[in-house]
Design a protein around this ligand. Structure first.
Ligand code: ZN
Length: 142
């Protein structure tokens, strides 16, 4: 595994660490901070790359549950053509409420051992919770 070598963040022209960023830029992989050295006024950019993404804020636990549930569902869809076809119909319907309801009922009836209690936060309705997660997935796939 390649190691990531940290570098000191300092002006490449004078070595000062007094700088201000005046703009930022990013794509899927890199985040670039455009900087202005306060000592010699050289302009430079700092390139960042993500090494970890952690959810923050009060919904952190909720996000973990959603992530697991999404992964479980996507794994099922990969392995079961029949389910995949039903899912495709659901997407084509624009995740229409009745279709969504039908799909979730089918999921819970046929894969009840997969969608066990551990996948859901305590006190949440499985149906409602699945509906939330699937709606988000539908938007991403439409
Ligand atoms: Zn400088």
């Amino acid at each position: 595994m390649a190691t990531i070598e940290p570098v000191d963040i300092e002006c490449p022209n004078c070595g000062s660490s007094d700088y201000l960023s005046f703009d930022e830029d990013y794509d899927d992989e890199w985040i670039t901070l455009l900087c202005d050295c306060l000592i010699c006024n050289a302009k430079f950019q700092i390139n960042y790359r993500a090494v970890g993404i952690d959810p923050i804020g009060p919904n952190r636990e909720e996000i973990e549950f959603r992530k697991n549930l999404r992964k479980t569902l996507l794994d099922l869809l990969k392995r079961n053509l029949d389910l995949r076809l039903k899912y495709n119909d659901l997407i084509e319907s624009g995740c229409e409420e009745r279709e969504l309801d039908k799909f979730i009922t089918y999921l819970l009836d046929n894969y009840s051992s997969v969608f066990n209690d551990e996948l859901f936060p305590a006190g949440k309705s499985k149906k409602e919770y699945l509906a939330d997660v699937i709606q988000v997935l539908c938007v991403a796939e439409a």
